[in-house]
Design a binder for this molecule. Structure first.
Ligand code: 0GY
Length: 304
């Protein structure tokens, strides 16, 4: 017994996803996923905004293998706050096949940052989605950014499209590589060429340190499963215009999905629709995440 009960409307991740027809290239990385607990070993944070069901590292490895992936990037979930123990435990039991993105408080010491690095953390997440966190003030975030830069880490940012105009100048002053979660959560009822999404593409076009995850069709789609057709033009636009700076992830175990729980096999089958050419798929799934998260393994054999 962990003493934690999932929220009454919590949807459990699918335990038997279909086998995808699409086969990712060897070495493919699922670059956005989470672990939850298990709460018995890693209690959820008191300041969390939701209580999920467990989703353990071993269940994540099983999904990775089943879907035909080789590696994971685990992003600290807000239900664990800035207590990164579940993340670190997963990284330390991954045989080097997982890297992490942590959530840290401004008070974190340099020694603690170094310990996270040793475990496999390569970035911090700044979250601006109000239903998930109470955001830290900009000056704390700037000073954290300056402290993680010497470690070679990057910053992952999560926000919703309507917030981008207000956050734009803060974002563009960040001194590291910056990875945007889920294409900045566009409103897909609007046009790819419309003002809102064009501001996001301008961010990528004018700032070569910005990357985007072309993930989470299940969160963005109004058309719904299993094909999420309305998200495809947005993701494909980003992949085709910025092929060197895109990442893909399942977002397993899909926190806070209310309308439905996606089938992870169906999500994998979307990849050739958003990255039609094999060269694009290779960059999206292998080359880009390897360069960002395992540069020491990538650079030697590829002469970078
Ligand atoms: C995602 C999206 C969400 C949640 C979190 O850390 C989290 O709690 O990231 C969300 O609710 O939109 O990327 O998993």
């Amino acid at each position: 017994m962990s003493g934690f009960t999932p929220d009454a409307d919590w949807l459990h991740w699918q335990q038997a996803p279909r086998k995808p027809a699409y086969k990712p290239p060897p070495g493919a990385v699922d670059a956005h996923c989470h672990v939850f607990g298990p709460a018995r070993d890693f209690p959820f944070a008191p300041e969390r905004k939701y209580t999920p069901c467990d989703a353990s590292r071993d269940q994540l490895w099983a999904l990775r293998d089943y879907l035909g992936f080789s590696r994971n990037v685990i992003v600290q979930a807000t239900c664990h706050g800035s207590d990164n123990r579940a993340l670190v435990d997963a990284l330390e039991h991954s045989a080097g096949l997982a890297r992490g993105v942590a959530t840290v408080r401004p008070e974190i010491t340099d020694a603690e940052l170094r310990k996270l690095h040793q475990a496999g953390v390569r970035g911090v997440r700044f979250n601006f989605v109000k239903r998930l966190v109470d955001a830290l003030p900009f000056d704390s975030l700037h000073s954290l950014a300056a402290r993680i830069k010497p470690l070679g880490w990057h910053i992952v940012i999560y926000f919703e499209a309507q917030e981008l105009p207000e956050l734009y100048d803060f974002f563009t002053r960040l001194p590291t590589t910056v990875v945007v979660d889920h294409m900045g959560r566009p409103d897909v009822s609007k046009s790819v060429e419309g003002e809102e999404f064009q501001l996001f593409t301008r961010l990528l076009r004018e700032h070569g340190n910005f990357w985007s995850k072309v993930s989470c069709p299940e969160r963005l789609s109004l058309a719904g499963p299993d094909t999420y057709d309305d998200v495809v033009p947005f993701a494909r636009h980003i992949v085709e215009h910025f092929p060197e700076r895109v990442l893909w992830g399942t977002d397993w175990p899909h926190p806070n999905m209310k309308s439905h729980m996606p089938d992870d096999g169906a999500l994998v089958d979307m990849i050739p629709r958003i990255a039609p050419a094999p060269e694009l798929q290779y960059k999206l799934l292998v080359e880009n995440p390897m360069k960002l998260y395992w540069p020491e393994e990538w650079e030697a054999p590829h002469g970078a």
